[in-house]
Design a protein around this ligand. Structure first.
Ligand code: NAP
Length: 295
């Protein structure tokens, strides 16, 4: 029940109408029986600073950030975690005595499924012998690079469309608070060769996302090069599974879809806001699946 004592959480974006976060977080709040509510706040880019002041005035406890504010908010915060600085984007903000603090829970979300027993490297090997190939060099790719670096992957290859953007992407990791020296960048012409070496192949492009579910970022010829047993991870969560993951499974690779990353980055944020280690991840996953019509 919303009452005078109810504490506020929310998500800011522009637009914010399609955000899945309210469904996920309010399901968790209801399950825990805590006196919080999570609301969507549409905030135009030019209103971001005013919105932060207003949120402080009404004692909002924290919020998620979606497009287009993830980078723009950085200079407006009192402190930014090293991981968010490395990625260059904030997806979670919380309030302390010193003001608004920003972090990024996408890395934790990305890593969560890879750290479960199902996806551990087989006995006698570990991530330090593994090659990661990441398709795309946008915002989500930055969280995936940081995640692969945390896993300790031997090689991290990023594939993109624009050589200039790729060079800048690589340079940004040299100058980062968390440098990634084993990062190499490539254009798409090298894809077949890279796929043949991949132990972990991650799609961070929007290719294959609803309503273009018939598309895949990887052609059939290139996909034929994948090793059976490689992990193929698509950050897209709708459709579920994507064509990319269907093709991967057909070739004996192990698929992971983007839903778990979405759930786990949200769970990591809720832990910060509620200052607890135990949040109902199953309830959050179930709420998202229902919202997306997956059950
Ligand atoms: P973004 O910043 O716009 O980056 C998209 C990247 O994909 C860019 O490098 C872009 O290349 C590339 N790309 C776009 N269209 C392409 C095409 N037709 N062929 C090849 N490359 C193409 O977007 P983002 O925020 O990283 O998000 C990317 C995807 O990840 C979205 O589908 C999003 O829903 C998903 N995502 C999922 C989660 C999760 O929790 N599961 C979290 C974050 C993102 P250029 O740089 O050349 O334009």
């Amino acid at each position: 029940m919303i009452q005078g004592t109810t504490k506020l959480l929310g998500v800011i974006g522009h637009p914010v109408t399609h955000s899945l976060s309210p469904a996920m977080h309010n399901a968790a709040i209801a399950h825990l029986g805590v006196d919080f509510v999570y609301l969507p706040f549409p905030v135009k880019p030019e209103d971001l600073k005013a919105a932060l002041a207003g949120f402080a005035a009404i004692d909002l406890r924290g919020f998620s950030i979606t497009i287009p504010h993830k980078q723009a908010i950085l200079p407006l915060l009192s402190s930014v975690s090293p991981i968010a600085r490395s990625i260059g984007a904030v997806n979670t903000v919380y309030r302390t005595d010193k003001g608004w603090c920003g972090t990024n829970t996408d890395v934790e979300g990305f890593l969560a499924p890879l750290q479960t027993p199902t996806y551990q490297p087989r006995e006698g090997s570990d991530w330090s012998q593994k090659v990661a190939v990441i398709l795309g060099n946008g915002g989500a790719a930055r969280a995936v690079v940081a995640g692969c670096a945390q896993l300790g992957c031997a090689e991290i290859h990023v594939v993109g469309r624009n050589a200039q953007n790729l060079a800048e992407f690589q340079q940004s990791w040299v100058n980062s608070p968390m440098p990634v020296p084993n990062l190499q960048v490539h254009t798409w012409d090298n894809l077949s060769m890279l796929i043949s070496q991949a132990d972990l192949l991650v799609n961070t492009t929007p290719v294959g996302m609803y309503p273009h579910g018939e598309k895949s970022p990887v052609s059939a010829d290139s996909f034929d090069q994948i090793n059976a047993g490689a992990i193929v991870y698509d950050l897209i969560y709708t459709p579920n599974p994507t064509q990319f993951l269907k093709d991967a499974r057909r070739r004996g690779a192990i698929p992971i879809d983007g839903l778990e990353m979405l759930v786990q980055q949200g769970a990591a944020a809720l832990k910060i806001w509620l200052d607890t280690e135990s949040v109902p991840v199953d309830v959050m996953r179930q709420a998202l699946r229902q919202h997306l019509g997956l059950e």
